[in-house]
Write a protein that binds this ligand. Sequence first.
Ligand code: SF4
Length: 303
Amino acid sequence: MSTVDALMLRLQELKQERRAIILAHYYQRDEIQDAADFVGDSFGLSQQAAATDAEMIVFCGVHFMAESAAILSPDKIVLLPEPKAGCPMADMVDIVGLRAFKAEYPDAAVVSYVNTTAAVKAESDICCTSSNAVRVVNSLDAKRIIFTPDRNLGRYVAQHTDKEIIVWEGYCHTHDHLTLEQFEQIKAEHPAALSVVHPECRPEVSAAADFVSSTAGILKFVRESDATEFIVGTESGILHQMKQQNPGKTFYLASPKLICPNMKANTLAKTVQALENMQPCITVPEDIRIKAVQALDRMLAIK
Ligand code: SF4
């Protein structure tokens, strides 16, 4: 039996013993996606974390995602296989900076991408993901919106709303490094391919793409499209599901650097170890959790 098969087997045994569910983001390693009970984007994973009746959640993603699961399901044990798997973009906004920003724009509502710490969520009116950001912003009464922390998603939202969007200058290194020049070059190399990108990409890259959406939105678009070739402008992990769902189609990653080292920090061995030891366990102080859960619940209530 190969090492991967042995780890998969042990994972299944431990999952039963611990009454655990494994949630994995589309950017996780292929074998983790294969081992997961549910693979999804931030929005789908939040819904699963809120709805599951499992006693333990193993969150194969990055820290803010496991934290969101702990916020939504305080009675469950939430494990993050690699505790150092953070999100540099989430660390680009803190409560001191956000409070100063709020003082500058007292009439503005604060919309925070789920890629934020629990403390920042607690300072926000509502959360959003890349799949519902426009809907969340348009659902609010406020005319002005402070949008944290992703400047690229914020600018994308600004193009799809009448509201004034005040953008926090954070970004995702993985998506933001893709330049228009690189993107145009790969498009020229594959003229028959449709290009699909995540809104965390630079605005000029999104403007040059055929389709812009969240990971779940991109997967749906590719499944439903008659085209057979696609240039993919998001993290490489998405190719695993794309290839499985579309055996006859061909995919070109827009850049070989579209790899998030934090997402790849979780491994199958660490996932097994986390369930064996029932740690690293992610918790959120109750005073922060009760404020942060309101911002997440408001988001989840928007259809
Ligand atoms: S891909 Fe970007 S936004 Fe997602 S976890 Fe990695 S650094 Fe954060």
